[in-house]
Design a protein around this ligand. Structure first.
Ligand SMILES: O=C(O)C(=O)C[C@]1(C(=O)O)C=C[C@@H](O)C=C1
Length: 113
């Protein structure tokens, strides 16, 4: 019992240091994720403009199904939950489709004037 209480300050210092080390990496990874997402949205905004210009539908379900199959397989290989990977991709794509729809309706309004 006495030993445990003697160790406590050392343990606390160890835990604080480990937590900080891991949080530093999490902060770096979160920054990388934001940068990767920003680049992805830059590409999809261009796709949205192209689709609006040539009057293509905002969503492409076949392409989405292929992306989901691919990402689920990659997730499995990387020991990431494939259900989470699919939900995450669907969440991003839903936002992209919303952007595409906005671009298309702005383009249609501009054509009408
Ligand atoms: O590739 C396209 O056609 C896109 O519009 C991009 C994207 C995506 O975010 O990956 C978004 C919507 C489509 O349904 C499929 C894929």
């Amino acid at each position: 019992m006495e030993k445990a209480s003697e160790d406590r300050p050392e343990q606390e210092a160890f835990v604080r240091k480990e937590l900080q080390r891991l949080r530093d990496s999490i902060d770096n990874l979160d920054a990388a994720l934001v940068h990767l997402l920003a680049e992805r949205f830059k590409c999809t905004q261009e796709v949205g403009r192209l689709k609006a210009e040539y009057e293509l539908p905002p969503a492409d379900p076949e392409r989405e199904a292929a992306q989901i199959r691919r990402l689920r397989a990659l997730a499995e290989q990387s020991k990431l939950d494939p259900v989470f990977a699919e939900r995450f991709l669907n969440f991003i794509i839903a936002e992209v489709v919303r952007h595409h729809e906005l671009i298309a309706s702005n383009r249609a309004a501009a054509r009408a004037t």
